[in-house]
Design a protein around this ligand. Structure first.
Ligand SMILES: Nc1ncnc2c1ncn2[C@@H]1O[C@H](COP(=O)(O)OP(=O)(O)OP(=O)(O)O)[C@@H](O)[C@H]1O
Ligand SMILES: [Mg+2]
Length: 224
């Protein structure tokens, strides 16, 4: 469903070249949860961004639903990404001036034409997702009025609003204590079952890594 094929990423820093991904191939099956582990600097985040269409590979290809992601022009790729991929980051990146509900609705409002009907559907879906992550009573709160774990739950709901094929999570529990981290993880696993969303989780946490269907270990820009 999502496939990286011999992906290389080279950053150019003045005269120096940094070869960050060195021929990474990876296949994610639909409904699967995989974790990506490895030391700092191994290229985990870079790979995740390339899988999600937000950073171009220097060479190699990424296929999502049999479409060659990077052969699309930027606008088409952005639209494709908006509809098929959700992201969750370590630091949540919620918009501070919007309520939890509005934050969750945003990726959908960007993606559709926004007739009243569509807005209503989006709002209903956002409410269901916020209930799913246990925030039914916090929908009208702004991010500053929520705990870290609650903010991350909002971010997860936001990542799922367009019913993506895959949710890409970069250290989603990295900023939380272990109890809250486990709760976030349980939410992710339950949503994987309920919504049939494939999930990729980059993590440093061995406990978390163990619970995936498959663990992918990276080192020095390669999958080992
Ligand atoms: N935009 C960039 N320009 C230049 N070098 C970069 C850029 N982004 C990342 N790098 C370098 O690429 C390497 C891999 O970075 P990446 O963020 O993918 O590592 P990571 O495995 O996610 O590490 P961590 O566990 O610390 O998050 C690092 O050496 C980093 O400094
Ligand atoms: Mg990283």
């Amino acid at each position: 469903m999502l496939r990286a094929d011999n992906v290389h990423k080279i950053y150019k820093d003045g005269k120096r070249e940094l070869h960050v991904l060195r021929g990474v191939s990876l296949e994610l099956r639909k409904d699967e949860v995989i974790t990506i582990v490895g030391p700092s600097g191994a290229g985990k985040s870079t790979l995740l961004h390339i899988l999600g269409g937000i950073d171009k590979p220097s060479s190699g290809k990424v296929f999502l639903d049999n479409s060659d992601f990077y052969s699309l022009d930027d606008i088409k790729r952005a639209r494709f990404r908006n509809q098929k991929i959700g992201f969750v980051f370590q630091f949540y990146y919620l918009l501070p001036d919007f309520t939890a509900l509005e934050n969750v609705m945003l990726p959908s409002l960007i993606g559709i034409r926004n007739t009243n009907d569509e807005r209503r559907t989006t709002k209903n879906r956002a409410e269901v997702l916020l209930e799913d992550v246990g925030l039914g009573k916090r929908m009208r709160h702004r991010p500053s009025e929520l705990s870290g774990g609650e903010q991350q739950r909002v971010a997860i709901a936001r990542g799922l609003i367009n019913n993506p094929k895959v949710l890409l999570c970069d250290e989603p529990t990295g900023n939380l204590d272990s109890e809250m981290g486990l709760e976030i993880l349980n939410i992710l696993f339950n949503l994987n079952k309920k919504n049939k969303t494939a999930i990729v989780i980059v993590t440093h946490d061995k406990e978390i890594a163990r619970r995936a269907d498959r663990i992918v270990e990276m080192k020095d820009g390669r999958i080992i």
